[in-house]
Design a protein around this ligand. Structure first.
Ligand SMILES: *[C@@H]1O[C@H](CO)[C@@H](O)[C@H](O)[C@H]1NC(C)=O
Ligand SMILES: *[C@@H]1O[C@H](CO)[C@@H](O)[C@H](O)[C@H]1NC(C)=O
Length: 236
């Protein structure tokens, strides 16, 4: 009877650890990146070398080995192992978001650590970028195998729109900004003549500390607009 109970309990514990393993356990780490940047996926290795370290990348339930026993699977310059077996990725693209698992074998025993890499991107909703038109910028965090709710509530992730000077635009009446607490955020404004080359930045903070950002720079094409503006002033 007691044996059965023990088996039961053991089963439950196993199930729990399996479940927490797939939906994000407390020891998992989260890293954030944006286009073109570089990122270091930490792995605290107490060993002197990385020859027993394997890094696996997974997204949408598909996995590939990036580093097998300390050796790169593909000859890509974007990946490198740090001396403590952390994985460095340079020239980050959207394709890099997902989860990275580091597996280490010591005396036949495997231990793993998981790092979730999330990608931040800003894009305009319309292609009509000219003075007088309304534009909506969408800031989106791409993530996999975690819930947005976990990121916002447990990890303290926030998206904030700032101008070039780093000032929060939330209270500026010129902008309509979607309510906080989500893994995407929109900024809507009507473009002014003087907005050419203006930068609006979506800043990602984790527990009030800046982690990464993505920006959009307004570019009015050519001189046509200036020409019409001047022409308009003359005939007025
Ligand atoms: C990995 O990234 C860290 C931090 O960006 C840097 O200090 C280190 O030199 C990089 N290592 C390699 C092997 O590129
Ligand atoms: C906007 O700025 C760019 C780059 O400085 C410039 O080439 C372009 O003519 C400007 N457009 C207008 C409408 O002022």
């Amino acid at each position: 009877m007691t044996d059965k109970c023990h088996m039961c309990l053991l089963g439950l514990i196993l199930l729990c650890s399996l479940l927490t393993g797939t939906i994000g356990g407390p020891l998992d780490t989260h890293e954030f990146c944006s286009s073109g940047g570089s990122v270091r996926l930490p792995y605290n290795n107490a060993l002197s070398d990385c020859t027993s370290t394997t890094w696996t990348y997974s997204r949408h339930l598909k996995s590939v080995e990036l580093i097998t026993l300390g050796k790169k699977e593909k000859d890509t310059e974007r990946l490198s192992l740090d001396s403590d077996c952390s994985l460095n990725i340079t020239k980050v693209t959207k394709e890099d978001y997902g989860s990275y698992t580091c597996l280490r074998y010591v005396n036949g025993q495997g231990t793993d650590a998981r790092v979730y890499l999330h990608f931040l991107h800003v894009s305009p909703s319309s292609t009509q970028i000219r003075s007088g038109s309304s534009v909506t910028l969408s800031c989106q965090l791409y993530y996999d195998q975690v819930y947005c709710d976990t990121l916002v509530r447990a990890e303290g992730v926030q998206l904030i729109w700032v101008n070039q000077a780093g000032e929060d635009l939330q209270t500026d009446s010129r902008y309509q900004i979607s309510p906080p607490g989500h893994c995407d955020s929109t900024l809507t404004t009507t473009l002014l003549d003087e907005d050419n080359n203006t930068e609006w930045r979506c800043l990602l903070t984790q527990r009030n500390e800046a982690k990464t950002s993505a920006a959009y720079i307004v570019r009015y094409s050519g001189k046509t607009q200036n020409f019409f503006n001047r022409y308009w002033k003359i005939i007025r």
